[in-house]
Design a protein around this ligand. Structure first.
Ligand SMILES: Cc1ncc(COP(=O)(O)O)c(C=O)c1O
Ligand SMILES: N[C@@H](CCCC[NH3+])C(=O)O
Length: 442
């Protein structure tokens, strides 16, 4: 059994995280509940930052907060000195509520609205990552109207195919994100921007995909972007000061996943950047990265209660838990694999093969097709590991299930970070027809 971060087993045979008994968390906050190991998040953040520091590379590590966005996690990211990647007005708003230093906020998105961009200007954020030609027009319009400067990066698709699930690759040419590097779009975007009085092009950005376990694709991407930067120096005497290579660093969901140390990726990036800058006598740019999953993924554990079961003779035993695809869509959406344990009986052999099903009205609502648990007893506390990234942030109210609570643990203490939704939260936007003035009813 593989435990993550501060996870351990106490004298009662219970799973503990951050020195806190998961059975206590379940009884205090109910289930499902997502528990974040904050010490592990801090360690992961530090590992990236330290690698750059030791290599003597000027860098920014931005937390790609689409993986898990909340005021509390932004507060921790801020404490750790991370920059922040946001992809919507909602994430930006959350960051402002967390008091995030505006100069460290980077704004992404392939269809930022006028209002979202204006919000970014109002907040004087650190940089906007421009994704397409319509956005260039909007940014020009807003910056000229406000007479306000803005730093930008140009997002490009370098034509790199990362080896991962096709839905989570983003760097290939046929992608909805960014300007194509090879067909002239990137140059066209650059020419529209680089002499603008209010727009300051810092450099280029790419993100080639997610859950990547090799460094080669990052090398190809860095090489492709550096080559373009060198061309712009020759042709327009323009120097990019930032090279942003995105996120995508893989984590261990199951034993089949073999994640690399942050240093492996950083070394690869640094090697190619320094060899090309040496060769072409180009000033070394700052390297920015945007890890999401690799900062929060394995720091999150979801606790569920096992309620009912069904045996399909000769086929499988389903055990159903009190959450499902509503709090973790990844198995249904990507066929993502997870591991689980019986958190209240950790010392018992985990040798009973079951399928862990959710409670949504959907046959595909299976969290783990083949899980090995202690012989299941109704009421067991089932923990699924590595649910810190893209679970809560992709959660829904399908079947009008309330979203789970989120609890942070560290050094034997626990703290509610997002309260469990109530039924009233779920109906709060509903407008009963019976409320409508008579005469206007459908
Ligand atoms: C632009 C960008 N940056 C960073 C990330 C974070 O990726 P990951 O969570 O795989 O590190 C994503 C998501 O894939 C992204 O689209
Ligand atoms: N949501 C995806 C990753 C998408 C990353 C954002 N570009 C996942 O769960 O793996």
């Amino acid at each position: 059994m593989h435990l993550y971060g501060t996870q351990s087993i106490n004298e009662n045979g219970h799973l503990t995280i951050g020195g806190v008994d998961t059975a206590d968390i379940a009884s205090e906050y109910g289930t499902p509940v997502i528990v974040y190991d904050i010490a592990l998040f801090r360690a992961r953040a530090n590992a990236f930052k330290e690698t750059f520091r030791k290599a003597g590379i000027r860098a920014q590590v931005a937390y790609a907060s689409k993986a898990f966005s909340s005021i509390a996690i932004y507060e921790i990211a801020k404490e750790e000195g991370l920059s922040l990647d946001v992809v919507s007005g909602g994430e930006l708003y959350t960051a402002t509520k967390a008091g995030y230093p505006r100069e460290r906020i980077h704004f992404h998105g392939n269809n930022k609205s006028y209002e979202e961009l204006e919000f970014a200007f109002e907040e004087s954020i650190g940089c906007i990552v421009i994704d397409n030609f319509s956005e260039i027009d909007l940014i020009k319009e807003i910056s000229e109207k406000r007479k306000q400067k803005m730093d930008v990066l140009i997002r490009v698709t370098p034509g790199v195919e990362a080896h991962t699930h096709s839905y989570i690759t983003t760097g290939q040419e046929d992608s909805k994100f960014g300007f194509d590097l090879k067909n002239g779009q990137t140059d066209e975007a650059f020419l529209k921007l680089y002499q603008h009085p209010y727009i300051n092009v810092l450099g280029m950005h790419c993100h080639i995909g997610s859950q990547i376990f090799e460094t080669e694709s990052f090398r190809f991407a860095a090489e492709a972007l550096m080559t373009k930067m060198i061309t712009w120096q020759k042709e327009y005497d323009f120097i990019c000061t930032v090279l942003n290579l995105g996120g995508g660093f893989g984590i261990r969901y199951t034993e089949e996943d073999k994640p690399l140390e942050p240093s492996a990726y950083v070394k690869e990036m640094a090697t190619i950047v320094s060899s090309m800058t040496d060769k072409y006598n180009y000033p070394i740019p700052e390297i920015w990265i945007e890890p999401g999953r690799s900062l929060v993924g394995d720091a999150g554990t979801t606790l569920y209660t096992y309620g009912s079961s069904k045996i399909v003779p000769g086929v499988r035993t389903y055990i159903a838990v009190d959450g499902g695809m509503s709090d973790n869509i990844r198995p249904a959406l990507y066929g993502a694999k997870y591991t689980a344990v019986t958190a209240n009986r950790m010392n018992e052999p985990h040798s009973t093969k079951v399928t862990i099903a959710g409670k949504c009205c959907e046959s595909g609502d299976k969290l783990i097709e083949e899980a090995f648990l202690a012989t299941p007893v109704e009421g067991d506390l089932i923990a699924t590991f590595c649910t810190g990234a893209y679970s809560y942030s992709m959660a829904s109210n399908y079947n009008r299930l309330p979203k789970p609570a989120v609890v942070f643990v560290e050094n034997g203490k626990h703290q509610l970070a997002i309260r469990r939704e109530t039924y009233d939260d779920i109906i709060r936007l509903d407008i009963p027809l019976s409320n409508v003035e008579s005469g206007e009813v459908l």
